[in-house]
Design a protein around this ligand. Structure first.
Ligand code: WT7
Length: 631
């Protein structure tokens, strides 16, 4: 299949067509997939409800398009190359035929454990091919996967299991992360003490750590697939039947389950993958994300496999055994497209250039970044040192909710400007709105980034709470999807993402709500209340700064900090660790009791002289104390 744009001129033409007649445009792309029954309407939408449907009447299964469709031509082509954590261990390869067979076998194993279409399954696993297999096996039989990143705590997992009312967990005994091993089955066991919906657990043997297996509930993966058939028909799915739920943080409450569906997600992830990365026959593509995040769903598993590509999976971390690992792996597998996060680039920059220069990176053709704004310095380092100034850098802007990349360069077919994501993909209609919700049409402006027409992989709902989806994304500005980001548009119409304008913090490309972290901190027995803000962090982009009010004076601040960090570990996971914790006697509040975060942000950013108007504060005295105690 070839959906590829080959020049900037062609891009402009396609984008124009996609705006003047979206249905015809997307129909042309969707026709290239195999449908069990053709759709009769391309798109039907109402952003007020919201009610968005794509490819109505169509029956399809995404795995048939990611696997079966390729077999006549690609049965023996590598689908997944897996590189282990330990550089001296052997890597492995799964061809399209092998991947197909293993997906079918595991799908049959799921069925034999009573899983049927519509059931929710939690996947809590290391970066092994079996994770991709489990994802695809769920989709094969119409079960809904919800991957939970294996760095989340038992409590965080339990929340997700309960929200999804999941019937099964698929996990492993343990996982390898650099020099460490983590026993993750234990974490599942602990989570399940808080859940009643789970009927069975399948455990893949990875680290060979001893684990407890609960009789009648827990099964080994190898036993479950033993003797299962390599054929499993792909369940017929309506185009808008649920494919997966992925939990992500927002500015309020607990993480919400973003829902994507078979048809639209399939069309958009394949289309965007091929165009952004300009994947060519025989290339080896590597995205370093974890499948626990949307980047891994869309651009390790679905987008590449739908495109018949060879996709790499990496079990390890960028700094093990040393900070040259990414480049060593690029050399070893002759990687052609490399996709990573700015936070990883910034971390690796710190280790010096030799760790890059000693490897042969001449196979690289396209470099990508995702997840957070990239600063000039990191951009140039990546472009010069890694790409030797011959690889375009595609800065891809998108979100869990958008399912795929919305604003980005397309390989070397787009103008490039450091720190700018660039132009919208065909089919995407971004606008900048002002405070009042009025569209800003001039150039060289900043505003709230919204999208005014649906694209096939837009979220359909938030699981179990459609109203929350409406309020969060569709109520701020009438007839627009609100992204939560602020953006600038330059004189040539290129977009630069400035960052979140809501109470969402982006730590190393991972999203947390301030309220979510505050709730975690407040679970500590000594804490009365807390307020969390972001501050600029050299490597992570943003760090978490917490202002905490305790019961009485804190005598040993270091001990109290450790205890709070431990509580956050338990409630969310190590990835949400507050970098700075300042003990305060009170928080700056307005007379109506609202915390004035603007003030806390300025202190955290080290600009206490720029607090602005503080006259509406209930007790202006707390501010000077906060400034004095600033970290
Ligand atoms: C938020 C979405 C999309 C996959 C990873 C994160 C920020 C994402 C960029 C970029 C500047 C970016 C935005 C967005 N973001 N990509 N290229 N430049 N900011 O997914 O967890 O859903 O987070 O990440 O603020 O809203 P996510």
């Amino acid at each position: 299949m070839n959906l590829k744009i080959n020049s900037f001129e062609q891009y402009k033409e396609q984008h124009q067509n996609s705006i003047s007649d979206p249905a015809t445009f997307w129909d042309g792309i969707a026709q290239t997939f195999s449908w069990q029954k053709p759709y009769d309407t391309v798109c039907d939408w109402d952003f007020q409800k919201p009610d968005v449907k794509w490819f109505l009447g169509g029956v399809v299964n995404i795995t048939e398009n990611a696997l079966d469709r390729h077999l006549p031509k690609r049965a023996n082509q590598p689908a997944i190359i897996w590189e282990p954590n330990e550089p001296n261990s052997e890597h492995s390869t799964l061809t399209y035929q092998e991947l197909h067979d293993q997906v079918c076998q595991f799908a049959n194993a799921l069925k034999s454990k009573g899983i049927v279409k519509g059931d929710r399954i939690i996947l809590y696993m290391p970066m092994l091919p079996e994770l991709a297999i489990a994802v695809l096996a769920c989709a094969r039989i119409g079960a809904i996967h919800s991957v939970v990143f294996a760095g989340f705590s038992a409590n965080a997992m339990a929340d997700r299991i309960n929200d999804a009312q999941a019937k099964m967990v698929v996990t492993s005994d343990g996982l390898n992360r650099g020099a460490k091993q983590v026993g993750i089955k234990e974490i599942v066991d602990e989570a399940l003490t808080k859940c009643t919906s789970i009927e069975s657990v399948i455990v893949y043997q990875c680290t060979e750590t001893a684990v407890e297996m609960k009789d009648g509930r827990d099964y080994w993966w190898h036993d479950a697939i033993n003797g299962t058939n390599k054929i499993c028909p792909a369940e017929p799915m309506d185009a808008d039947d649920m494919l997966f739920i992925l939990y992500t943080s927002g500015s309020t409450g607990k993480p919400k389950g973003v829902v994507h569906t078979h048809g639209g997600y399939m069309v958009y992830t394949a289309y965007s993958f091929q165009n952004v990365f300009q994947y060519e026959e025989g290339d080896v593509y590597w995205c370093t994300a974890d499948i626990g995040w949307i980047t891994g769903h869309s651009y390790i598993v679905y987008g590449p496999l739908l495109s018949g590509a060879t996709t790499m999976m990496f079990e390890g971390i960028p700094t093990f055994p040393d900070a040259g690992r990414f480049w060593q792996v690029c050399e070893k597998h002759k990687v052609n497209q490399f996709y990573t996060a700015p936070t990883a680039i910034r971390a690796l920059m710190g280790y010096g250039d030799d760790l890059v220069s000693q490897y042969d990176l001449s196979s690289l053709k396209v470099l990508g970044t995702v997840g957070e704004p990239i600063n000039e310095e990191a951009w140039h380092w990546y472009h010069k040192l890694v790409g030797k100034e011959k690889c375009p850098v595609v800065d891809t802007w998108w979100q869990t909710e958008t399912g795929g990349i919305l604003i980005s360069g397309l390989g070397n077919h787009s103008p490039m400007k450091p720190t700018f994501a660039g132009y919208p993909l065909p089919g995407i209609q971004p606008v900048l709105l002002d405070q009042e919700g009025k569209e800003i049409t001039e150039d060289n402006v900043e505003g709230y980034l919204c999208i005014k027409h649906p694209w096939p992989s837009i979220l359909r709902t938030t699981y179990g709470d459609h109203e929350r989806c409406r309020v969060t994304y569709f109520s701020h500005y009438k007839n627009h999807y609100f992204t939560g980001d602020g953006a600038r548009r330059d004189e040539n119409g290129m977009y630069r993402i400035i960052g979140r304008v809501d109470d969402v913090i982006n730590v190393s490309g991972h999203r947390f709500g301030t309220a979510e972290i505050e709730n975690a901190i407040n679970a500590n027995s000594r804490v009365i209340e807390s307020a969390v803000v972001a501050y600029p962090h050299d490597v992570k982009g943003q760090g978490i700064y917490a202002y905490v009010v305790c019961d009485g004076v804190v005598a040993d601040e270091d001990a109290a900090r450790l205890s709070i960090i431990e509580t956050v570990n338990t409630e969310i996971g190590k990835i949400a660790k507050p970098e700075k914790i300042q003990f305060v006697s009170g928080l700056p509040k307005t007379r109506s009791g609202k915390i004035m975060r603007r003030i806390l942000r300025k202190v955290a950013e080290g600009e206490p002289d720029k607090l602005g108007d503080t006259s509406t504060l209930l007790d202006p005295g707390v501010v000077s104390k906060i400034i004095e105690g600033g970290l």
